[in-house]
Every structure is written in C-alpha cells, then in structure tokens.
Ligand binder design. Structure first.
Ligand SMILES: [Zn+2]
Length: 357
C-alpha cells in the first residue's frame, strides 16, 4: 500500500509540473498503460471546460424560435409540412376524449341527433393518442379543405361518400387504411378508435399525401396588446346535447372549458381543456334526411364573437369559396387579432342563444 500511494503522488506531481515529454519517457520505462491515464484525465478536464463555456453562452443569449406557427402563433424551430384534421366523436359514450388539448386548433361542429363532433387540427401539435375517431360529414371535409389538411376519418355518411367520389380530397379513411389506428378494448365500439400524430404521419407519407402546405395564419396580438371589447369572463353555449361553458382564468389567461357546469378534462392527461381564444361562429343549419343529418352553411357571412383575455369582440365571419379560408373581422372590418395559444372555433346554429357576462 505505501508503495502504490507513493507512486500515485509521484505521478500527480509529474502531471502538474512536467511536460508531455516526461510522460512519454515514463512510457519508455515500460510502465504499461498507467502514464496514459493522466493524459486522458487532462483531456476530459479540458472538454468539461468547453462545455461549461457553451452553457454560459446559451444562458446569456437564448435562441429565438425560427418560425411562428400560423395556427396558434407559438414560436417553433421547424415549420411542419401540412396540417392534419382529425374527426373526433362527441357522443356521450365517447367522452372524455383524448388529445384535444394537444391540437393547434379545434372546431366544435353540430351533427345530427343534437350532438356535435370535433375537428382537431394538428400542425405543430403532437399527441401519442387522439380520439375517438369518427366518420366524415361534408361540412367537416369542407373545413379540412380550407386548411389544405389531410382529413382523417372512420367511415362516412352517404353524402360524404358522394363528396369523396366527386371531389379530390386528401383524406385517410380508417376503413381502408386501418394500420395507423387501434381500438381501445376497454371502451365500447364505435367510440373506441384511436390514433397518434406519429401513426397518422406514417400513413400520410405511405400514401404520398405529405405535400408541403403551410397555411396562411391568423393575426396575433403583440405581447401586452389588449383586446378591445367589453368584459366577458363567462360564456355559455347551450347546444341541445349540453351546455358548453367557458370561464376565464386570469392566472393562466385562458378560458377553462365546462360541460353542464363540470370541468371538461382530457381523458389521457387529466388536464381541463382550455383555450386562449374562443371564436363563436353563428351558422345556418338545416336537417335534410330521415336521419336528421345536417347541412351547415359555411360559405357566405355571418356573426362572430371573439372571446380572449376576459373580453369579447363582436364582428363577422366571411368565406368566399369552399377552398378559401373563413376569416374573422371586427366591427371596423380589420381582422380579429388572436392571443397566442390554442383557439376553439364553436360553430353554433342560429337558434342556439349564446350568452356571456
Ligand atoms: Zn401550432
């Protein structure tokens, strides 16, 4: 023991005082690999120093994101390829849903039977689980087309079938392309079909639908720029299936979502759904077949309300052709400016009396 201790301290002294030539001469003495070890230690020490210096630099000058997401205004380092629009079931047996909190933008749209369906649009948003996925309706296809998104659904109404036959639509029907989807056995079919954004992108690439298509974005308010409008901390939309409520939380600066007075949580994350902006778009709706299936007028114009940061701005929506976007304007005719974050667009039939305070 004393011998090895002495040898170690001798080596240390050499390391600090002597040059590499001295170390090399040690190697010449046939002392095996031991003299090389201190050299490695020196190199490691140098590497650590460099890493520390780099950390210091990133701390003092944080990198600004390269792009702004056109759908939610978030800073992003990479521009995604194309939006993906997923049809989400909102039947009682389908609630609570999974993955809506991860979408860039969510539409709630009336369907037959007094219920609604969601169209969750993912652009820079990603989720390991989204669903339950349900069948297509013509006006849901219309909304997907205005974003030039890849439309995701499981089956379709007879009218949507005719639509697909007559019009070239980028879409994936689970019935013909089931490999990107799975069924959750713990839930009752048909309210148990799920996918993920990674799975959907694998299918999109396989089918050659990965065409670059970055949508024109909404306008977003600058930091500290307040929305001009009356105070509106509470919003109530009494759809026939239930009362959808939004309540402004000044701490998070978002509207928390409720159904019949109860918090509306995501099944997977357990987090209450919330929105930086809620847009109410008043639409004309007609039932036209024995099943009560609807026609929803999306082309034309109508009333719209933007709820953001505890205030409401009244205005209008306008859409000129099926592939063009729906734009929202304030009373002066300027585009409504949104708060950065997730937006929910609520399509509300005229007969539903929306109230706020
Ligand atoms: Zn985004």
């Amino acid at each position: 023991m004393p011998m090895s201790y002495r040898r170690l301290s001798f080596k240390k002294i050499l390391l600090v005082i002597m040059s590499i030539i001295v170390l090399a001469s040690f190697q010449g003495c046939g002392r095996g690999t031991s003299p090389e070890k201190p050299v490695d230690v020196i190199e490691e020490a140098n590497n650590n120093e460099t890493e520390e210096n780099e950390d210091d630099e990133t701390e003092t000058a944080p990198l600004k994101p390269k792009f702004t997401c056109p759908m939610d205004g978030e800073g992003i380092d990479e521009m995604p390829v194309r939006p993906v629009a997923v049809t989400i079931d909102n039947y009682k047996g389908a609630r609570p849903q999974s993955g809506l909190d991860k979408a860039d933008l969510v539409y709630e749209v009336p369907v037959e039977g007094g219920i609604t369906r969601y169209l969750a649009i993912f652009f820079h948003g990603k989720t390991d689980i989204i669903g339950p996925v349900r069948s297509a309706r013509p006006y849901l296809i219309d909304i997907s087309r205005e974003w030039n998104a890849v439309y995701i659904h499981a089956g379709q109404s007879p009218q949507a079938q005719t639509y697909f036959k007559n019009t070239s639509v980028a879409h994936i029907n689970e019935m013909f392309h089931p490999s990107g989807f799975w069924r959750d056995k713990s839930r009752r079919a048909p309210h148990n079909l799920y996918s993920s954004t990674d799975n959907l992108w694998r299918e999109i690439e396989k089918l050659g639908l990965d065409k670059n298509s970055v949508p024109e974005g909404f306008e977003f308010r600058n930091e500290g720029e307040a929305l001009k409008g009356a105070a509106a901390a509470e919003l109530l939309i009494p759809y026939s299936y239930g009362k959808v409520g939004y309540s402004y939380d000044a701490q998070t600066e978002e509207y928390k979502r409720f159904l019949n007075g109860n918090p509306y949580n995501d099944l997977t994350s357990g987090v209450q759904l919330s929105a930086a902006n809620v847009i109410v778009q008043q639409v004309s709706v007609r039932a036209f077949d024995s099943e009560g299936r609807l026609e929803v007028d999306l082309i034309g114009e109508g009333k719209a309300w933007l709820f953001s940061e505890g205030r409401v701005q009244e205005g209008t929506w306008r859409k000129d052709t099926v592939t063009e976007r729906t734009w929202f304007y304030d009373e002066s005719g300027a585009q409504m400016r949104l708060k950065t974050g997730q937006t929910w667009i609520q399509l509300v039939p005229r007969k539903v009396q929306v109230s706020y305070k």
